[in-house]
Design a protein around this ligand. Structure first.
Ligand code: ZN
Length: 181
């Protein structure tokens, strides 16, 4: 018979033995050499010390396959709003601090709060108690920010923080994202 095909030889190695093929292999040095070569190769592959792929390799493979992390819409919204929330939190705290320390006394920033006194007063008092102790701590460490002649400077700091937050969101984050792609 003709020499068995490579598939038949692989089947033979895996133990699927047809009589005709087995007979041929027993008498054919060429096919036995082939079988030796294949079994040696298999053994060599099994002994090869495969390393765990590095994180970078996995990342590169994922990128090359065009797989993107599926991110929920809620997370995208939350992530994009995070700088805004952080900034408004800072502003709210600063406004409360200024209100309590009297920086805005005489200006009309504090007025809307006093209008609805009946509803707000109790809440306001408890917040004020917390904020004043907090602001006392702040005043101790950042006295310059609480003197009236300097609150323009403090406003400037807030604006700078805002600019930094916006820069990060619209300039640095996209650059970083582009480098990751
Ligand atoms: Zn043969």
């Amino acid at each position: 018979m003709n020499h068995p095909t490579m598939q038949q030889i692989l089947d033979y190695i895996d133990g699927f033995r047809e009589n005709a093929i087995e007979l041929h292999i027993r008498t054919c040095a060429g096919c036995r050499t082939k079988i030796h070569a294949v079994t040696n190769m298999e053994r060599a592959i099994r002994q090869f010390p495969f390393d765990e792929p590095s994180a970078e390799f996995t990342l590169r493979l994922i990128r090359r396959l065009g797989i993107r992390k599926s991110v929920s819409l809620g997370w995208i919204i939350a992530r994009n709003l995070a700088p805004v929330f952080a900034l408004s939190f800072v502003v709210v705290v600063l406004v409360l601090v200024f209100k309590v320390t009297g920086t805005f006394a005489g200006s009309n920033v504090g007025e809307p709060v006093t209008i609805s006194e009946t509803f707000v007063t109790s809440l306001n008092n408890s917040i004020s108690a917390g904020v004043s102790s907090f602001s006392l701590g702040l005043e101790k460490f950042f006295p310059f920010a609480f003197s009236k002649q300097n609150y323009g400077f403090t406003a400037l700091v807030v604006v700078v923080l805002g600019i930094v937050a916006m820069l990060d969101k619209f300039v640095f984050a996209p650059i970083w994202r582009k480098r990751m792609e």
